[in-house]
Design a protein around this ligand. Structure first.
Ligand code: ADP
Length: 587
């Protein structure tokens, strides 16, 4: 996080008037909205959130106990910004982009002490810069002027900052540079370094937002198969505790075909975030074998960190995501969980004594949520490249009640809804995404991609599965009243097919070497095999074969092993021909 350390920009000091938790008021401070200020003698970092006459209200990103009236407040005159440049990947930050390892070194503990400041990127490290433009070339705002191998996986593109005028390149050199050394000079008098700052509450500019037409392939059958999300799309994963939000987010971070992952751990219980901080650096990118962190930026704000830092972490995350989008990358941002973020907003709002909205959340809850999700999208960047930010937010509604305001307001905005279900989790059906409640509004616009890249009849086969599952849902009500055996045989058979859809196709074990990732072609083939069973079985039923006999065919249990089969093409081919042969031999 940059807070303008150069003293020239520092304005006149104000004086603290009152302190209420993270909310501090000051008088006589010459400040604008969203300016970063240093509060009290310890210089705690805060942000101006309200100005009324001579009274300035500040939310402070650190614990304020012991800070009292009369102490000074110093204005930096700059908005809350992130430091952008090589070194953002592979980093673990707190909500205001202080690198946790640097803080830990300074304080000897992972828990924040006060008044400790650290820039978001290291100003000492030297990076190997290679220009991609020459002296005499003309560059505009956003244009790429060179590259840096940032990590094993990602080449960092050094861009002209979006707020530059641009001009002819007067000098540019390759070599080893720190992020604030000048690497290029322009005829406009502007000089370029590898370091940019950007105010977190302001979206980075783009040319146009386009309709996303390519899926973010996740390798998770229920997602790719039934509820796909687009690259540049938005999704919510609501679910009660223990229903699999974290596993789903981790699976996406590992497997989704995004170039970059920004993972915002926002105020989950301390020990869970510790897990993330410990787990992620250990994880391997399954596709490249390289460390997952080499294409990941982690923002870890646990609930024992001050509430205001939680409020800002989402913005820090999305700004970093937009920066990599500008380089032409597909970025997936995961926020776990937006409920804690909303709770932080609620707490600050109540300290400000604002008029509360539903369940005490501020009236602007919906606006803030949509402001965040609006920053997702597939974009034509100002430098002509295309990039995307996909935003996936976990929601943890108290008691799993989806009617509460955060879930409801999120639902109005996001286009994909993966509803986790406590009952399914209890029955150990994972991922416990409820197929009756979930939806994706991207299905249609992604169909052409699936037709071209997986199978021409993908949408039809999917629709068949959806219909069977719907029918099962209706039949279940009758089964609960009168029992399965009271149903006509064709309906019993439908239930059997639906059972295979659920158990053999929708269930997927995140912890199984093979099953953890299922490429879309395999997802499709597995579904076709179940449909082969369906078609053969109904033909046999029509020919007078009793339903139990069809169910008992030797090959059918193998449907449940398609998921873990490595050589799935061969396995499924064999299975299909055995099913055909064995069922046909019954009549
Ligand atoms: P939440 O974050 O919603 O509290 P978790 O993601 O921690 O829940 O999931 C709880 C447990 O459920 C996990 O520890 C794991 O045992 C099981 N689980 C969740 N999803 C899967 C999955 N896809 N495959 C296998 N097990 C899963």
């Amino acid at each position: 996080m940059s807070q303008a350390q150069d003293t020239e920009t520092v304005q006149e000091d104000g004086v603290i008037e009152s302190v209420s938790g993270p909310v501090v008021t000051a008088t006589d401070l010459d400040a604008r909205m969203n300016d970063v200020v240093y509060v009290g003698t310890e210089g705690l970092m805060g942000e101006v959130i309200e100005i009324e006459g001579n009274i300035t209200t500040i939310q402070v990103y650190e614990e304020t106990s012991g800070v009292g009236p009369g102490e000074p407040v110093e204005n930096t005159g700059e908005p809350l910004s992130v430091d952008l440049g090589p070194g953002v990947l592979d980093a673990i930050y707190d909500g205001v982009q202080r690198p946790l390892d640097v803080l830990e070194e300074k304080m000897g503990t992972a828990f924040l002490d006060r008044g400790v400041d650290a820039p978001g990127i290291d100003f000492e490290t030297e990076w190997e810069f290679t220009p991609t433009v020459d002296v005499g070339d003309t560059v505009e705002a956003g244009d790429v002027v060179g590259e840096v191998p940032e990590t094993e996986s990602i080449t960092h593109k050094v861009m002209v900052p979006p707020d530059y005028e641009g001009g002819e390149i007067e000098s540019i050199e390759s070599g080893e540079f720190t992020v604030d050394e000048i690497i290029a000079e322009l005829s406009s008098g502007e000089s370029i370094t590898m370091h940019q700052e950007w105010p977190v509450r302001q979206a980075r500019p783009a040319d146009t937002k386009e309709t996303p037409t390519v899926p973010l392939v996740s390798g998770q059958r229920i997602l790719d198969g039934l509820f796909p999300i687009a690259k540049g799309g938005t999704a919510a994963i609501p679910g009660p505790f223990g229903s699999g939000k974290t596993v789903t987010q981790h699976q996406l971070a590992k497997w989704a075909d995004a170039d970059i992952v920004v993972y915002v751990g926002c105020g989950e219980r301390g020990n869970e975030m510790t897990e993330v901080i410990e787990d992620f650096p250990e994880l391997e990118d399954p596709k490249t074998g390289k460390p997952l962190m080499s294409r990941t930026c982690l923002i870890a704000n646990t609930s024992n960190m001050p509430v205001a830092a939680r409020e800002s972490c989402i913005y820090t995350g999305i700004t970093i995501a937009e920066y990599f989008r500008d380089m032409g990358y597909d970025v997936a941002l995961m926020a776990d969980s937006t409920s804690r973020w909303a709770e932080a907003m609620r707490e600050i709002s109540s300290r400000l004594e604002e008029m509360p909205g539903e369940e005490g959340y501020p009236a602007y809850l919906a606006a803030s949520l949509s402001e965040f999700y609006e920053r997702a999208g597939k974009f034509q960047n100002i430098n002509g490249t295309e990039g995307s930010v996909t935003a996936i937010g976990a929601v943890s509604p108290p008691g799993g009640d989806f009617s509460e305001p955060v879930t409801q307001n999120t639902l109005r905005i996001v286009k994909t809804f993966w509803a986790l279900d406590a009952d399914l989790a209890e029955r150990r059906h994972f991922p416990s995404i409820n197929w009756n409640e979930s939806y994706s509004l991207y299905r249609q616009q992604l169909d052409p991609w699936f037709r071209d890249n997986v199978a021409d009849d993908w949408p039809e086969v999917r629709q068949w599965a959806v219909d069977v599952l719907d029918e099962e849902d209706e039949l279940q009500e009758i089964v609960q009243l009168v029992g399965k055996d009271a149903l006509p045989e064709d309906q019993q058979l439908t239930l059997e097919v639906a059972r295979y859809l659920r158990e053999a196709w929708l269930q997927q074990n995140a912890f199984h070497d093979v099953d953890t990732y299922c490429e879309p072609k395999k997802t499709y083939r597995m579904l076709l095999a179940i449909r082969t069973f369906n078609d053969e079985a109904f033909d046999a039923l029509e020919a007078g074969v009793p339903v139990e006999e069809i169910q008992d065919v030797d090959a059918t249990p193998r449907l449940n092993r398609m998921n873990t089969s490595d050589e799935w093409n061969e396995f499924i081919d064999d299975l299909e021909s055995d099913l055909e042969e064995q069922i046909r031999s019954l009549y």
